[in-house]
Design a protein around this ligand. Structure first.
Ligand code: NDP
Ligand code: GDR
Length: 374
């Protein structure tokens, strides 16, 4: 039985990857941070059955990427065949608020994993996947972006990830380690963190459709992203570690879409047509018509507005990946296109908020948070 260790197992990708590896018969170990509230919602169904029977092939260890002694101890105990380093402070805008912490976790954290494997003489046994990112491309140098496109990071997050990228390449070249970067473009799902733009939109659409709020405030509507489904992307991570020789791969769909169009698509999914008018911070999205009798959102209602609080000091305007190498060498093909992704996310969020809407209608108090600082 192969043994895998996943940092960031409680995150979006960690949850889907753990499920994938368990399905392939792996023994899976995860590193989770101590938190003052439960933080394993995304993997609770993998940890134990509804009746409380524990999964003997999934073990979580308390740890942190800032603590090398604990990483060394866990890796020594687990003796993993594969390490997936997914743990990170992954929010680009928040990285401007905590740049040093991001450098420590996302940059030096990667070094700590590589160095632990080297110190423990596991370089021949353990393969390492590093969660690199399309944010490395930053300021547009060329499109579409491929493994050969120069990097120009535009945030403390991207700069930290750039260190992670190169230290992974360096350990591969210096010590012959099987260590690879997956340069993944944005990937989303119903498990996406609530403060990333797609999930913020799909949650907002669900709440507006159910009459729980009036509008969503967003930042830069012109930004373009190459959005895929996280379920497809974790398969690519696994494939990257199954090759004869370690290499870096771009994982992307090759299609790019504006934030504004994502908003339109998400509203369309609940039968609401939205049109945008105005410019810059005065731009608004207004309901043209609501064709779904289940939802009563009147024509003319402003459902999307721009709040400069969500702008970033430096923005990444356009990401579109070239998936030629991963298709040719890994045989990877995404199973979901953007409409399928939007449908999956919107339907999940409508289902999620239906219970709250029912309670609100009955006069009960519901403790749901309005998104802030995203
Ligand atoms: P999430 O933000 O959903 O998950 C991040 C995970 O890292 C969580 O489990 C989090 O724990 C954990 N974590 C945060 N800080 C630390 C720390 N100091 N020590 C240990 N663990 C920590 O991210 P995703 O699942 O979306 O992304 C996975 C990885 O892929 C990240 O490295 C991200 O930067 C990268 N990436 C993501 C892309 C995307 O579009 N999703 C695209 C390209 C790269 P907790 O749950 O306690 O917060
Ligand atoms: P990104 O994702 O920065 O690409 O990083 P995010 O969803 O945060 O932003 C995408 C684009 O949307 C614009 N935007 C907003 N973003 C947020 N979060 N909130 C808003 O209200 C809003 N309005 C507009 C942003 O300016 C940006 O242009 C994600 C993360 O998962 C990283 O960890 C990962 O490395 C990259 O994707 C690839």
């Amino acid at each position: 039985m192969k043994v895998a260790l996943i940092t960031g197992i409680t995150g979006q990708d960690g949850a889907y990857l753990a499920e994938l590896l368990l399905g392939k018969g792996y023994e899976v170990h995860g590193i989770k941070r101590r938190s003052s509230l439960f933080n394993t919602d995304r993997i609770d169904h993998l940890i134990a059955s509804d009746r409380g029977e524990k999964n003997p092939r999934l073990t979580n260890h308390y740890g942190d990427l800032t603590d090398s002694t604990n990483l060394i101890r866990i890796i020594q105990e687990v003796q993993p065949d594969e390490i997936y380093n997914l743990g990170a402070m992954s929010h680009v805008k928040v990285s401007f608020d905590s740049p040093e912490y991001v450098a420590d976790v996302d940059g030096i954290g990667t070094l700590r994993i590589l160095e632990a494997v080297r110190l423990l003489n596991l370089t021949k046994k353990t393969r390492i996947y590093q969660a690199s990112t399309s944010e490395l491309y930053g300021l547009v140098q060329e499109v579409p972006q491929s493994e050969k496109t120069p990097f120009y990071p535009r945030s403390p997050y991207a700069v930290a990830k750039m260190y992670g990228f190169w230290i992974t390449v360096n350990y591969r070249e210096a010590y012959g380690m099987y260590a690879c970067n997956g340069i993944l473009f944005n990937h989303e799902s119903p498990l996406r963190g609530e403060t990333f733009v797609t999930r913020k939109i799909t949650r907002g659409v669900a709440q507006i459709a159910l009459g729980m709020r009036d509008d969503i405030a967003l930042g830069n509507l012109d930004a373009k992203r190459d959005w895929g489904h996280a379920k497809d992307y974790v398969e690519a991570m696994w494939l990257i570690l199954q090759q004869d020789t370690p290499e870096d791969f771009v994982i992307a769909t090759g299609v790019t879409t504006t934030v504004r169009d994502f908003v339109r698509m998400a509203f369309a999914e609940v039968g609401i047509e939205v049109a945008f008018e105005g410019e810059g911070v005065a731009e608004i999205g207004r309901v043209v018509a609501c064709a779904n009798p289940e939802f009563q959102v009147p024509a003319g209602q402003v459902v999307c507005r721009v709040d400069p609080a969500y702008f970033r000091p430096t923005e990444v305007d356009l990401l579109i990946g070239d998936p030629a190498k991963c298709k040719a060498k890994l045989g990877w093909e995404p199973r979901h296109d953007l409409p399928a992704l939007v449908q999956d996310m919107v339907r999940a969020d409508v289902a999620l908020f239906q219970r709250d809407a029912y309670l609100l209608r009955g006069g009960h108090k519901v403790n749901y948070q309005h998104e802030q600082h995203q």
